[in-house]
Design a protein around this ligand. Structure first.
Ligand SMILES: Nc1ncnc2c1ncn2[C@@H]1O[C@H](COP(=O)(O)OP(=O)(O)OP(=O)(O)O)[C@@H](O)[C@H]1O
Ligand SMILES: [Mg+2]
Length: 244
């Protein structure tokens, strides 16, 4: 265990990620990423297209492997975990919200949110009650028995967030969560993440191309040339405090 675990829920040290395309071609995406994220923080990751934002978030959420360096999630060094422990980390700590919502099309909003709880063996009645409360907490009232195609984009993203909450995660990763939404609806979704991080003390790591969305967060990382820089944080925070 890392002695930083209580403070920092995510730590990376000199994180390197290469993709091997064939025996002669290696794509060097992350060339030494250092980051520390505290419990309950809402953090944005920005950077040019192809800079490795999705790759980084996929590594943190254990969907993608590491080439070199260290990643600590809730104090556990991902490199040192057995397969079983690795899956436990994935199941117990994090949830992911994607740009395309990735809801199951033939299940209603309520059923989509219930699914993670049913899969982990919760009783139907309990799962229903919790799913209703998660849907209410994302502001989705009265649409619970609609199929995804019967919901607007913003409503579908709310369902996806409620489903993420159903995992009872310590961390929510979101990769351009407002990328498929209009500006106003996108901003509402970002406000929702902000609220979740503050009220439920959930750590939210969000990839975004939207500067306005990034201003809603506590901190901003910029990914460039395979490394993270934090230089714009103070500027954004200053602007935010001026607005208050
Ligand atoms: N599985 C893979 N195999 C080979 N190369 C990959 C793979 N996944 C990503 N890459 C490469 O890694 C680089 C970073 O990709 P990534 O998807 O992380 O970028 P991104 O910052 O999320 O971009 P965008 O803003 O367009 O979503 C790109 O050059 C991409 O082609
Ligand atoms: Mg991406």
């Amino acid at each position: 265990m890392s002695n930083n675990s209580a403070e920092n829920i995510i730590i990376t040290r000199s994180l390197i990620k290469n993709f091997k395309l064939d025996k002669d071609t290696i794509v060097k995406v992350l060339t030494g990423v250092n980051m520390k994220i505290k419990k309950g923080e809402f953090v944005a990751i920005m950077g040019p297209s192809g800079s490795g934002k999705s790759t980084l978030v996929n590594i943190l959420s254990t969907l993608e492997t590491i080439t070199d360096g260290d990643v600590y999630i809730v104090g556990s060094n991902l490199k040192k975990l057995t397969n079983k422990e690795y899956l436990e980390i994935r199941r117990k700590t994090s949830s992911i919200v994607f740009q395309n919502f990735s809801l199951i099309p033939y299940l209603t909003a309520l059923e989509n949110v219930k699914l993670p709880m049913i899969l982990r063996g919760e009783e139907d009645k309990t799962a229903t009650a919790k799913a209703v409360s998660f849907l209410e907490s994302v502001g989705l009232y009265g649409r619970m028995n609609h199929l995804p195609e019967q919901l607007s984009g913003g409503e579908q993203q709310r369902v996806a967030i409620a489903r993420a909450l159903a995992h009872e995660p310590k961390i929510i990763y979101c990769d351009e969560p407002s990328g498929n939404l209009d500006t106003v609806t996108g901003r509402e979704i970002i406000s929702l993440f902000k609220q979740l991080s503050k009220e439920k003390n959930i750590t939210v790591v969000m990839v975004t191309h939207d500067h306005e969305a990034a201003k809603q967060t506590d901190r901003l990382y910029i990914l460039r040339n395979g490394k993270l820089a934090e230089e714009q944080v103070s500027i954004l925070n200053k602007r935010r405090s001026e607005r208050k």
